[in-house]
Design a protein around this ligand. Structure first.
Ligand SMILES: [Cu+2]
Length: 431
C-alpha cells in the first residue's frame, strides 16, 4: 500500500538517507511500484510509520517491516504526529513542530517517550542501554561529554551494549556549569534516521536554574523529594549489606505507541501485551500477586505510566532476587551482567529458570563493579526480550552519588509488533 499523496520532504529525506549511498539525486518521486527514477525502491511514509528497515541494494532491495523502535518501551512515531498536524492544516510541519507538545497552544500531546529533565547547570548523567537486533547511535542535541580524552556527542550501541559516560552540566559545558546550550527542549535520539522518525526520540528538557524567576510547574515540577519523573531510583544497600528484592514476570497490557485516527483527529493509544519484570514491595505482596490482578492494575492506568524496572544498588551490596513467573506458557529468568555470582544464579540453566506456575528462582548477586549493566531474560531470550522482559542494574559508589544531581537511563529497544499482539490498532492506521 502506497500513500503517494502523503509523500513529503521529510519522507524523501529519510528515504534518500537510507537508500542512496553517496548522496541523493534531485528527484526521488516513486512510481506506483515504489521505484524511483534511479531504480531504487523508496520508502513510503506508510513503511516508515511501521519502522521498516531497508535490506539489500538496488533492484534487490526490500523493506523489512513491522518493527517498532522504542525508548523505555515507548515509541513516538513522528509520522503519526505529522498526520495529526496535517489534519489541522499544517501542511509541512517542521521538526520543532513535530517534537513539541503538551503546552496549551500545542496541537500535539507530549511524546510517549520519556522526557528527561534537569535544571540549568545541574550535573546530569544519561545512561543508554540497547536491546534487540539492531545498532543504534545515541545522540543528545546541544550537549557534549568526555569520551576518554575526546569530547563526543554521539555513541554507537550494539545489542546489549551500554554507554554510561554521557555526563555534562544541563544547558552548559562538560566540566563548566556556565550556560552554553541554555534552557529549552533538546532532542535526544537514535541517529539512525529511520529509527528516529519511527519512534526513537525524546526530549531532554533544561529547566531554569533554582532561584530563577520562572519555576517549573505541572509535569515539569519535581516531586516532594526534589526528583523528576524517570530518574534512576536512589541506590539500595551499601558495602557489606545484604538485601532481598522481589519481582514477578507477567504479561500485561502496555501502551507502546500511538496511532492517528483521522475520524476523530486524535492520537489513540496502541496497546500491546508486553512481558515485563514488575517489582513488588515485599514478600507478602509478591506471594499474593496474580496475573489477573496485574492485568487489571495495568488496564486501569499503569499501562500508560509504567517504567522499565531498574535495580539501583550501592557498590558492595549483595542482593538476592526472587523471581515468580506469572506468564501463561513460557519460562522466564533473570540473567545479569556486571555483577559477581555463582553459576546457579546465571539465569540460563534449568535451575535458574522460573516455569509458569512453577517454583520461583532465587538468585544472589554482588554489586562489586560500578557501572550500568544489562539484566534480562535468558529463558526465551529472543521472544521475551522482544516483548519487554529486560531491565538494568545500576551500581554506584559514594563519589558518583555525590557528583551527579540528575541520573537517567534510556533503553533503546527494537520490538516486533507480531510478538506484541493483542490490539486491533496497529501503528500506521490499520494497514
Ligand atoms: Cu536506532
Amino acid at each position: 500500500m502506497k500513500y503517494a499523496t502523503h509523500r513529503s520532504e521529510l519522507a524523501r529525506f529519510v528515504a534518500c538517507a537510507a537508500l542512496v549511498a553517496g548522496g541523493c539525486a534531485d528527484d526521488h518521486e516513486a512510481d506506483d511500484d515504489g521505484h524511483t527514477e534511479a531504480g531504487h525502491p523508496a520508502l513510503t511514509w506508510d513503511e516508515l510509520a511501521l519502522g521498516c528497515s531497508v535490506m539489500g541494494e538496488g533492484e534487490q532491495a526490500h523493506v523489512m517491516c513491522n518493527h517498532g523502535h522504542a525508548l523505555n518501551l515507548r515509541n513516538e512515531n513522528l509520522w503519526e504526529r505529522w498526520r495529526l498536524l496535517q489534519s489541522k492544516g499544517i501542511v509541512q510541519p517542521n521538526e520543532a513542530q513535530l517534537m513539541h507538545g503538551g503546552q496549551s497552544h500545542d496541537p500535539l500531546p507530549p511524546p510517549l517517550t520519556p522526557t528527561l529533565r534537569a535544571r540549568l547547570g545541574e550535573r546530569v548523567r544519561i545512561r543508554a542501554a540497547s536491546y534487540g537486533p539492531q545498532f543504534h547511535t545515541f545522540h543528545v542535541h546541544g550537549h557534549l561529554w568526555k569520551d576518554g580524552t575526546k569530547a563526543a556527542d554521539t555513541k554507537t550501541l550494539g545489542p546489549a551494549e551500554v554507554y554510561d559516560l554521557a555526563e555534562f552540566h544541563a544547558g552548559a559545558g562538560i566540566d563548566d556549569p556556565t550556560e552554553r546550550a541554555g534552557v529549552g527542549d533538546w532532542m535526544y535520539h537514535c541517529h539512525v534516521e529511520t529509527h528516529a522518525v519511527t519512534g526513537m526520540w525524546g526530549i531532554f528538557r533544561v529547566l531554569p536554574a533554582p532561584g530563577a524567576k520562572e519555576q517549573p510547574v505541572g509535569d515539569d515540577a519535581p516531586n516532594a523529594a526534589g526528583r523528576f519523573a524517570h530518574e534512576v531510583p536512589p541506590p539500595l544497600g551499601g558495602p557489606g549489606q545484604k538485601l532481598t528484592v522481589h519481582v514477578v514476570a507477567a504479561e500485561v497490557p502496555l501502551v507502546v505507541a500511538r496511532s492517528f485516527v483521522p475520524a476523530t483527529g486524535k492520537l489513540v493509544d496502541v496497546v500491546r501485551k508486553a512481558r515485563l519484570y514488575i517489582p513488588m514491595p515485599d514478600e507478602a505482596s509478591w506471594q499474593a500477586a496474580t496475573a489477573a490482578d496485574l492485568t487489571a492494575r495495568f488496564a486501569a492506568g499503569e499501562k500508560s505510566t509504567h517504567s522499565a524496572w531498574i535495580l539501583s544498588l550501592r557498590k558492595g551490596t549483595e542482593v538476592t532476587v526472587k523471581l515468580r513467573n506469572l506468564m501463561p506458557d513460557v519460562p522466564a529468568s533473570l540473567h545479569p551482567h556486571g555483577v559477581a555470582y555463582k553459576v546457579e544464579s546465571d539465569g540460563t540453566m534449568e535451575v535458574s529458570m522460573a516455569m509458569p506456575g512453577g517454583k520461583p528462582t532465587v538468585s544472589t548477586w554482588t554489586a562489586d563493579t560500578v557501572g550500568t549493566w544489562p539484566l534480562h531474560d535468558h529463558a526465551r531470550q529472543v521472544e521475551n526480550i522482544g516483548r519487554g522482559l529486560f531491565s538494568a542494574i545500576v551500581v554506584k559508589d559514594d563519589a558518583e552519588i555525590a557528583a551527579i544531581q540528575r541520573d537517567y537511563l534510556v533503553i533503546f529497544h527494537d520490538y516486533d509488533m507480531d510478538w506484541m499482539m493483542g490490539s486491533a490498532t496497529p501503528i500506521g492506521g490499520g494497514h
